[in-house]
Write a protein that binds this ligand. Structure first.
Ligand SMILES: NC(=O)c1ccc[n+]([C@@H]2O[C@H](COP(=O)([O-])OP(=O)(O)OC[C@H]3O[C@@H](n4cnc5c(N)ncnc54)[C@H](OP(=O)(O)O)[C@@H]3O)[C@@H](O)[C@H]2O)c1
Length: 274
């Protein structure tokens, strides 16, 4: 695969930060770009190759409907599961009853992944990247798919959601090894973005100030596009901004099998509706 060959890419969360930079980079390189988000992405160049779908990941039925349309209309060469939030300080549930971070960062992407598997021709190459975070290393996965207010910790919710994304990518890299779909995770390091929006009080103010001195999101975006162009990427691997493969310890299979069954049950009705 060569970055300079035109193709089509889907980016979730393409309205700010890393996702918006990815949108711009791929457009400049001649790709057709489809992006999603709740706000409208501000794109001033190559607009004719840009398509935007508004969708809120806190609503699984709406998410399934929008992505069902997208996958009916297009086949992709690359997809980036980038949409994400920093966990809010207080416990919050989505319309579907899941802890908010779990659904936005992980479960909605699990659903999108199920939909693309249904639609994508298995003999057509497709590279899918899940954007994780350094936080996955500090995860304490409990493999509970419904959170509980009493157990809530914002840091744990965020790190666990990023851990589940990596695990999802590794699982599908094995499960679909016989197809031409390939799965990778990417830890973009720390950079300035609008990720602080979900925070409150002093932490929000510190982050808002710090953003100005942090690395620009164009840097990790550029590195990700270079990685995607590398023909030797390893299926299932987790890469960092130095393009190194990071270690990831897989949990006991019993635990994860029950977890995958549970999330499959939770998303099945939305898959069937498409
Ligand atoms: N910034 C960092 O230092 C850092 C470090 C490690 C990993 N990351 C990861 O990088 C990814 C991009 O984050 P960023 O830092 O670029 O933050 P950002 O500027 O806040 O971008 C987040 C994107 O996710 C979308 N999003 C958020 N909530 C959504 C929802 N309910 N439904 C649909 N889309 C939603 C946003 O779009 P709308 O608001 O338009 O919906 C936005 O486009 C995230 O997965 C984040 O966890 C960031």
């Amino acid at each position: 695969m060569n970055m300079y060959v035109k193709g089509r890419v889907l980016i979730t969360g393409g309205t700010s930060g890393l996702g918006l930079e990815l949108v711009k980079l791929f457009l400049r390189r001649g790709f057709d770009v489809v992006a999603t988000g709740r706000r409208k992405a501000e794109i001033s160049e190559c607009e004719s190759r840009f398509t935007f779908y508004r969708v809120d990941f806190s609503d699984l039925a709406a998410t399934a409907k929008v992505f069902g349309h997208i996958f009916e209309a297009y086949n992709f060469d690359y997809m980036v599961y980038n949409a994400g939030i920093l966990s809010p300080p207080d416990y919050r549930v989505t319309k579907d009853g899941f802890e908010y971070t779990f659904q936005i960062n992980f479960l909605s992407h699990f659903l999108v992944n199920g939909l693309v598997i249904r639609h994508h021709p298995p003999d057509r190459p497709l590279r899918i990247v899940s954007v994780t975070s350094l936080a996955y290393r500090y995860a304490e996965p409990d493999f509970k798919h419904f959170g509980e207010a009493a157990d809530y910790s914002a840091w744990k919710a965020y790190s666990n959601s990023k851990y589940y994304l990596v695990l999802m990518c590794r699982n599908f890299s094995r499960e679909l090894a016989g197809t031409r779909m390939r799965f990778y995770s990417y830890d973009p390091g720390v950079f300035g973005s609008e990720l602080y929006r979900t925070q409150k009080g002093i932490f929000r103010r510190i982050y808002q100030t710090g953003v100005k001195v942090l690395r620009k999101p164009a840097v990790p975006a550029g590195i990700l596009t270079e990685l995607l162009a590398d023909p030797d990427l390893i299926n299932g691997a987790l890469y960092d901004v130095k393009k190194r493969i990071r270690k990831f310890t897989e949990p006991e299979t019993d635990l994860t099998e029950r977890f995958w069954q549970a999330v499959q049950v939770e998303t099945a009705k939305f898959l069937q509706s498409q």
